[in-house]
Design a protein around this ligand. Structure first.
Ligand code: BG6
Length: 493
């Protein structure tokens, strides 16, 4: 099914996000026939280039994009049709000249007229510009009707700045027309987690503190900060990954069943989880968290610079590139169940997964069957592969002494369904064009997440992150965090 005909206007249209994520995702939507024939993509940036140059840039960007390559060859007519949808409007926010008029003229000249045509402004820009762009859109008569705005994360750098941004955006676009993107929510396995929990009967009875010992959520990356030092140094892993992606995953694991798969019902349940997080501040926050920063060293046989040696870095920095923490969801279902969250750059492998670790059996009867840790784990792998695995113990075949052996029950989504899984941005861009905000963050969610994160970041002031070697499993402090209660990180398989 193709999305509604739309003018998708991307502010920051020549930037990293547009080139690496948005255009490739839109091309793949094109390939699958999911863009309406008259949909246009209008890039806005300071660059003084015209449509032809922009199309050239876009063609080069999608040519070697990993998601595009993975999806197989793009037939020439598909690529041509896609490139023809692209336009570029030069517009410097500080010195707009006739930039806004040119944008308006282009949007007014919609193919096939305006009827039933959506308009989406995607702000792939630093968050402190969000309010200003929205005000400018309104002042230029471009924010009316059913036009929508998409805001990239991170939304601000603390609760106060998030509120200011939300107020400024909200003065122009109502909440219904505001789409706050968290691309983790667009990942196939993340949505599958909802299906797994709420379309099947067998998990719900055991989905609580009686049966579950703890939960681990890991998002590990092999890359460093690369060329994003300017942004990253003011952000750090807590604001870049935990405040949004990791807490959103925690919400999906911990939420109560919503009464329907309705945009508000799902988000109502998620926000309740964020509001139930036990506050962490001061000493308590220091005890329940570990922060790290990668040092120089060898990773996969290659020498890599440390965080403070990356391009754009100027000397010492106390920004963390790794965070591990223990959170508690203070309600009946989860009382006493630690949620361990961990994310880091320059780790041994790139993988994101959720591990739900069940408790041990109350009374072991088989030889060699220790009490802890229990072999029963549900491992939901988001990437690189998309699998859901339930680890169990089974009898090892043979007539001798009864021996137990771990054996996983596996649902491999790519093997079970012979279709390509769309990239997160494909899914979310289609949802925006169709006006469906279910997988986007509501204002109260974002603010509740900051409310919990702020005191943790506050507790870190004046402390330095622990150095960790590239290509490993992060700083020792992260292991100590679990070892204190006799637990250990599941390092994937
Ligand atoms: C982004 C962060 O939101 O997510 C990046 O800003 C991070 O720092 C990226 O690399 C990770 O996304 P993914 O989909 O590759 O896990």
């Amino acid at each position: 099914r193709s999305a509604a005909p739309t003018d998708l206007v991307v502010f920051g249209g020549t930037g990293d996000l547009a080139m690496r994520k948005l255009l490739p995702a839109l091309l793949l939507c094109e390939k699958d026939g999911r863009l309406a024939p008259t949909t246009r993509i209008v890039a806005v940036s300071r660059d003084g280039i015209g449509d032809a140059d922009y199309r050239g840039k876009a063609e080069a960007a999608v040519a070697d994009n990993p998601s595009v390559l993975r999806a197989g060859a793009v037939p020439a007519p598909v690529l041509r049709r896609f490139l023809e949808r692209l336009h570029h409007v030069p517009l410097d926010l500080d010195e707009p000249g006739d930039g806004w008029d040119r944008l308006r003229a282009l949007l007014d000249a919609a193919p096939g007229g305006d009827a039933g045509r959506g308009r989406v402004y995607y702000l792939a820009m630093p968050p402190m510009l969000f309010g200003r762009i929205c005000a400018d859109l309104e002042a230029n008569g471009l924010a009316g009707g059913e036009s929508r705005v998409v805001l990239e994360k991170p939304l601000g750098r603390d609760l106060e700045s998030a509120r200011e941004i939300n107020d400024a955006v909200g003065a122009v676009f109502s909440e219904r027309r505001t789409f706050r993107i968290d691309h983790y929510l667009g990942k196939e396995t993340v949505q599958n987690l909802l299906a797994l929990r709420f379309a099947n009967m067998f998990l719900e009875p055991v989905w609580n503190s009686r049966w579950i010992d703890h939960v681990q959520i890991t998002a590990a990356e092999t890359v460093g900060v690369g060329t994003r030092h300017g942004y990253y140094d003011r952000s750090g892993a807590m604001r870049d990954m935990v405040q949004n992606h990791l807490l959103q995953l925690l919400c999906l694991i911990a939420m109560e069943p919503p009464s329907s798969f309705d945009r508000e019902a799902v988000r109502d349940e998620k926000v309740k989880v964020l509001q139930s997080l036990a506050p962490l501040a001061g000493e308590e926050a220091l005890r329940h968290t570990a922060r790290g920063q990668y040092s120089a060293g060898s990773q996969g046989g290659r020498e890599v610079p440390g965080y403070t040696g990356e391009p754009g870095a100027d000397g010492a920095s106390s920004t963390e590139t790794f965070v591990a923490l223990e959170a508690a969801v203070a309600n009946w279902r989860w009382a006493g169940v630690p949620f361990y969250l961990r994310t880091g750059k320059r780790m041994a492998r790139r993988y994101s997964e959720i591990v739900v670790q069940f408790r041990g059996v109350p009374h072991p009867i088989f030889p060699g069957q220790g009490a802890a840790p229990s072999p029963n784990r549900l491992v939901i792998r988001l990437q690189p592969e998309e699998t859901i695995r339930l680890h169990m113990l089974a009898k090892e075949p043979g007539a001798g002494e009864l021996r137990l052996r771990p054996a996983p029950l596996e649902l491999s989504l790519s093997d079970s369904f012979a279709v390509r899984s769309p990239d997160a941005y494909e899914r979310l861009l289609m949802d925006v064009m169709n006006g469906d905000p279910t997988l986007f963050m509501r204002r109260d969610e974002v603010e509740a997440a900051w409310r919990w994160v702020d005191p943790v970041i506050g507790a870190w002031q004046g402390t330095d992150p622990e150095p960790y070697a590239p290509g490993g499993t992060g700083p020792q402090g992260a292991h100590d965090l679990l070892a204190r209660s006799g637990r250990a990180w599941h390092e994937g398989e």
